[in-house]
Structures are given as C-alpha cells and as structure tokens.
Design a binder for this molecule. Structure first.
Ligand code: TRP
Length: 352
C-alpha cells in the first residue's frame, strides 16, 4: 500500500521550538523524501474551538500564524496539502456516525482526554464537543485514509481510539476505513524539549517558549534567562549538565561542526560537558554558544516567515486551494461510508 500521511496542529498560538524539533522538522523531511503518496497537514481550528468557544478570535487569528510557521519551516503546498479543518464539513458528518461506535465510558478512559480535562479544570463542566474530540480526530484521520500519523506521544491514545473506530466500522458495515499507525519522533529529546525554565515541556501557557517567529534579540534574551544548574554559582564551581535546560537544548541541537564555527576551544559536546562538570566554565559561555546555534537554525526560518507574512493574501489562497483539494478526498470517503451504512437513499439505494 502507498503511504498516506495526515497530521495537524491546533491553532491556539504560534508554533515554538518544541513543535519544531518534535514534529515540524520531521514532516518536512518526510515531505521532501518523496516516499509518500500523499501528505495532509491540517490546521485543526474546529478541534481548537472545543475548548475555546469563548475565545473564537484566538483560534481565528492563529490560523495565519500556524500557516506561516508551516511555510517558514519548509512545508510546501506543492508537495503537501495544507488545509483548515472547519472548511471540510464532511469531517463533522463522519464524526456524527462514528459517535455511535464509541461509548461514553471509553471516552472517559482516554488518558489524553482525562489529562486535558484535569489541566483545564473543567471538573463537571466538560464541553461535549471537547469530550468527543477523539471521535472527530478519528474522522480527520480516516477521511483521508491516512495510514501514518506523525504525532507526539501524548497523541497515542487518539490513534488507538481511531483504530478501534476503524475496526468497529469495518466489521459492522464494510471494509472502507484504513487503520492508522502513529509515527513518533525518533528520539526522546525531540519528543519533549523542556521549557526555558526547565519545566518538563515548552508550553504557551507556561510562557517558557522560544517561538519560530521570535526575533534574534528575543531568542538571545530568552537563552540568557534559561534555567541552568542552581548549584553552579561561581564559574569555578563544578556544574551539573543533567536537568540543565541549556545542556538539554545542546543535546537536541548541537552538532560537532558548531564547535568549529562558534566555539573552537572544544571539539565536541562531551568535552564541553566535561569542562562544565569539572568547574571553570561559566553559564554565559555555554549560553552564548547555544544562542549562536539556535540563531543559525532559526534565522533562515525567521527570514522566510517574514517574507511570507508580507503577502497573507497569498497564504490564505494557498489554504483555500488546499482545503478544496482536501474536501474532494473527504467527500469521496464520506460517500463510501454512507454507502456502506446504507444511508444513500437517493443514490441507487431507494427506500422500499
Ligand atoms: N490533537 C492534535 C494536537 O492537539 C491535533 C490534531 C487534530 C491532529 N486532528 C489531528 C493530529 C489528526 C493528528 C491527526 O496536537
């Protein structure tokens, strides 16, 4: 079978370095490998609305931010179909039929939903749409017959739930839907880049992110503010490189050639770490090095982003074309689904 990829992001903010190492970079590589039959990248605005009904402008205004971040990282509408979820009404229709295949208790047991309900403090006031979003996510994936879904680990329960829906549908009605598989980031570092403050995760709500749209000066200041080793007070003190965000970022981004370019006194990261542990290496030097590395990775992205931002009309046009293409595919699947369920009364399956 030819591989079809679908993945997406909720437009609730600009994308950050965590998204970049955890998923964007990989998507661009997959896109450019030419190995995949089709790649769909979805801006999941309808899913974002499931817990932002009172803040529709946040979702609306971040669609262009996410689209710009995509383009800046190298996603290319000529190779990947980039579209907006809410513009594909077929996804709602599919969700409605899939709802009958999922019990309330199964949704309650979904670990991601459970966790998010807790994080958002919904208690007993869970919006129904939010509670059901795993079902709508199954519609997103199956509408395009995607067999591969590149996501972070936190999304595994969604893929599992999708697989269950596919199996129920196919066995109750007809083999129409494709069972997807998650594609996880290839190393643990990339799946969870810590925040600037050393918190487990970069997250908008914690305000500990470096955004792809940040200026060079913002990046520099943010790196300067990063959490390091609280016991490393004076330069000569021995330091710890574990649980030290600066070193975790270096683990994720640093390559040997960066030393030649920015810090020729060392040959590689092991030497740098060794010196830090021994004492005599200041945080300032390490942070300056990290800043140089991040700037070299981020400045081409930032420049491309600024270029695309000059013509948002063109970006929206790209999204419109992508959404039209996506809708054609989703409509075809919906047709097959309705045929399989016998609810195509006016298409050669008349009621008796
Ligand atoms: N739930 C995903 C997130 O929060 C976004 C998303 C929506 C998605 N639909 C999807 C991801 C389908 C993969 C496939 O990041």
């Amino acid at each position: 079978m030819q591989d079809v990829i679908l993945t997406g992001d909720r437009p609730t903010g600009k994308l950050h370095l965590g998204h970049y190492v955890g998923s964007l970079k990989r998507r661009v590589q997959m896109q450019n490998s030419g190995k995949y039959e089709k790649i769909y990248i979805m801006i999941a605005d309808a899913q974002a609305l499931t817990d932002n009904a009172d803040d529709i402008n946040k979702v609306r205004n971040n669609i262009s931010n996410v689209a710009l971040d995509y383009l800046a990282c190298g996603l290319d509408p000529a190779k990947a179909t980039i579209f907006i979820q809410s513009q594909i009404p077929e996804l709602c229709e599919l969700s409605f039929y899939y709802m009958n295949l999922v019990t309330v208790s199964r949704l309650q047991r979904n670990p991601t939903v459970k966790n998010e309900i807790q994080m958002r403090g919904f208690k007993q006031s869970i919006p129904t749409g939010f509670f059901c979003y795993p079902i709508s996510q199954a519609a997103d994936i199956t509408a395009f017959k995607a067999n591969l879904v590149p996501v972070g680990e936190d999304q595994l329960p969604m893929i599992e739930q999708t697989r269950e829906i596919v199996r129920s549908f196919n066995s109750l009605y007809k083999e129409v839907l494709v069972e997807p598989e998650a594609v996880l980031p290839d190393n643990a570092l990339c799946s969870r880049l810590p925040g600037l403050d050393g918190a487990a995760k970069m997250s908008k709500s914690l305000g500990n992110c470096i955004y792809l749209a940040d200026t060079a000066n913002e990046v520099k200041k943010k790196v300067q503010s990063m959490f390091t080793d609280p016991t490393h007070l004076r330069i000569e003190d021995p330091g710890h490189t574990e649980n030290n965000a600066v070193f975790t970022y270096l683990d994720a981004f640093c390559k040997d050639e960066h030393f030649g370019a920015f810090l020729p006194a060392y040959a590689n990261l092991d030497e740098l770490k060794e010196h830090y542990r021994r004492g005599g290496l200041g945080d300032g030097t390490v942070k300056k090095f990290l800043t140089e590395i991040l700037q070299s990775e981020l400045s081409p992205i930032r420049e491309k982003r600024e270029e695309y931002a000059k013509d948002l009309g063109e970006v929206f046009h790209m999204l419109k074309i992508g959404s039209e293409k996506a809708e054609t595919v989703a409509a075809q699947t919906l047709d097959e689904v309705k045929n399989a369920m016998g609810i195509n009364y006016f298409k050669g399956n008349a009621l008796k």
